[in-house]
Design a protein around this ligand. Sequence first.
Ligand SMILES: C[S@@+](CC[C@H](N)C(=O)[O-])C[C@H]1O[C@@H](n2cnc3c(N)ncnc32)[C@H](O)[C@@H]1O
Length: 313
Amino acid sequence: MAYAGDYHAPVLCKTAVERLVKNVDGLYVDGTLGGGGHSSALLDRLSPAGRVIALDRDQEAIDWSTRRLADALKAGRFTAVRSNFVEVESALENLGISLVDGLLLDLGVSSRQVDSADRGFSFRFDAELDMRMDRSAGSSARDLLNQLDESDLSRLLHQFGEEPRARRIARAIVHARPLNSTSDLADIVRECVPRTDETKSLARVFQAIRIAVNDELGALRMVLEAATRVVRPGGRLVVISYHSLEDRLVKRFLRSGNFDGKVERDLYGNTLSTWTPVDRSAVKPDAGEIELNPRARSARLRVGERSDLDPPV
Ligand SMILES: C[S@@+](CC[C@H](N)C(=O)[O-])C[C@H]1O[C@@H](n2cnc3c(N)ncnc32)[C@H](O)[C@@H]1O
């Protein structure tokens, strides 16, 4: 474990792997490779015949974890693919695979991404307003902050950041344009909120912009739907989320197979969902893990098992 903690401390690692693996000889997808903590534990749990395909949209995560897991890579037990997890189906197809035994998603950003001064995820550093996990594609935070109209900005800060002063901050952003750096954004937030709320508001605003830049909720919906097509009946889906909006989507999807949470039943009252929740409620990190890794505090892990029903057409 020479690399452990240098890049990212994996959250709820033991539980995630225990819940995910029903077949130690199976084939599993880690949709959010990051620093490879979960993939590494997963490979340890599997037999020499077991295999892990890992995806990440960030090239730095792919490079780091490919080095970390070089032995498994050489042994043909580990494959890393740079891809958005919404494209899991085609990433697997390119490897000649149609069904897997389980899919793991550990959502959000890694500590490495947040702590890299130049990526623009944190208000602690002065940097370009980027915040893209995939630096080769899509609009940056700078584009978004300089282009969105005031009401869309306000809605975004309110919805994704639960920021109570969303309207005031959105108005100040529009007045201060053009914004170029994380310091420009941080200064605006500081001007709009009382000193006592500064740090919380900064965290909420930066989180909201990051979620929007990377379309994190849209991607989550798409990958959950794709999971129904790529995880074989009897296989498992494990999702670790860090935001109530994400956790609500996962909870509803595992209970009902859709995002409204409306459970459909057959004539006999049996649930028609293609997933069955494995635990009655979300698993949370214990006090010991939170003390060692405060970033774990908001984590919620949910597990679903794919039923034998065919996926909806
Ligand atoms: C919380 S970290 C995962 C950490 C990892 N489990 C570990 O043990 O080091 C989330 C990772 O998922 C990646 N990611 C987030 N959304 C993604 C998406 N839509 N497609 C692919 N990768 C994504 C991020 O780039 C980041 O590296």
